[in-house]
Ligand binder design. Sequence first.
Ligand SMILES: Nc1ncnc2c1ncn2[C@@H]1O[C@H](COP(=O)(O)OP(=O)(O)OP(=O)(O)O)[C@@H](O)[C@H]1O
Ligand SMILES: [Mg+2]
Length: 342
Amino acid sequence: MLSAEEYRTVFEASPDGILVVAGDGTITELNPQAEALFGYVREELLGQPVEILVPESVRGRHGALRESFGHDPRPRPMGVDLRLRGRRKDGTELIAEISLAPVPGDDRGYVICTVRDVGERIRLRDFSEAALRSAEEERRRIARELHDDTAQRLATLILRLRLLARVEDDADQRVEVDAIREQLKEAAEGVRRIARGLRPPALDEVGLATALQAHLRDLRVGANLEVDAEIEGVDHMLDAEGRLALYRIVQESLSNVLRHAGVRRARLRLGVEDEAVVAVVEDRGRGFLVRDATERGGGLGLLGMQERAVMFGGRVAIESVPGQGTRVRVELPGSIKEQGHV
Ligand SMILES: Nc1ncnc2c1ncn2[C@@H]1O[C@H](COP(=O)(O)OP(=O)(O)OP(=O)(O)O)[C@@H](O)[C@H]1O
Ligand SMILES: [Mg+2]
């Protein structure tokens, strides 16, 4: 048998937050994990209504639900897979899985609430769902590009070749052959562009700087986006995966400029600062509210950048001011190569 003190230790050591709430909704006990989850110290919560931990928008409903639990108290999860939201002291919200159970043998309506922070799990799940969706969209985009651009060009060329056979005059024929050759070159360049977009040229062979220069050229020629670039060689500081991650992050930042900033000019700086590889992409375009964009969970680009950087022990800082522009700064630790990162 455990002593009362040992039970207390178990209560306090639980990896989940635990609160004991009286029948009238007053918090009567909580463990350190509950303090940490909600950002309060114990004394601030004791005697408070449990609604203090519920976001204002759902407080009204919460009281009613609590009463209905009182009428039919039995253990139950409050919403597995429902995104229950809690409110921290600083006003931010957490996403939690909450289970309720009546205190056995108690007739005063005491309820034990177990709270587990599942924010990270949900964020990851959202990310992988969105990643799947985006892969599908990407395929659609490539299919469209191949169909509308490459296939159209080739169809036109077939037609011109057929007509060429009927041209009698040698000089006329030569002019037409030259024109066709030019068109074929363009079509081939288009295919290369699509391929490069899918998978950058082997970064190991040509290096990050060259691969990025090629991408900037594509943006200039293919999309009329002019990028002022200062690119230092950083290949010696990153392994192949690190280089690819950096390439993808820069690519996404520039694609965001192209799609959202409403300007046709950007700046790219890549170099070494304090043993770290740093890339900065800047534009003086429309700008946006970073918090809104990431909370809405709409785009995958910004999220993906963060995920990639974090995977390599780095980080991404996004600053944007509506009406003034956007600055994305990526930092990857430079020792990835030595650590033999896989
Ligand atoms: N350079 C920028 N200038 C202005 N707005 C931007 C810029 N970068 C991002 N945004 C805003 O942030 C939002 C989120 O960007 P994010 O890259 O995550 O998604 P997206 O570009 O809309 O879609 P995708 O998943 O294809 O990248 C964009 O929809 C846009 O409103
Ligand atoms: Mg994007």
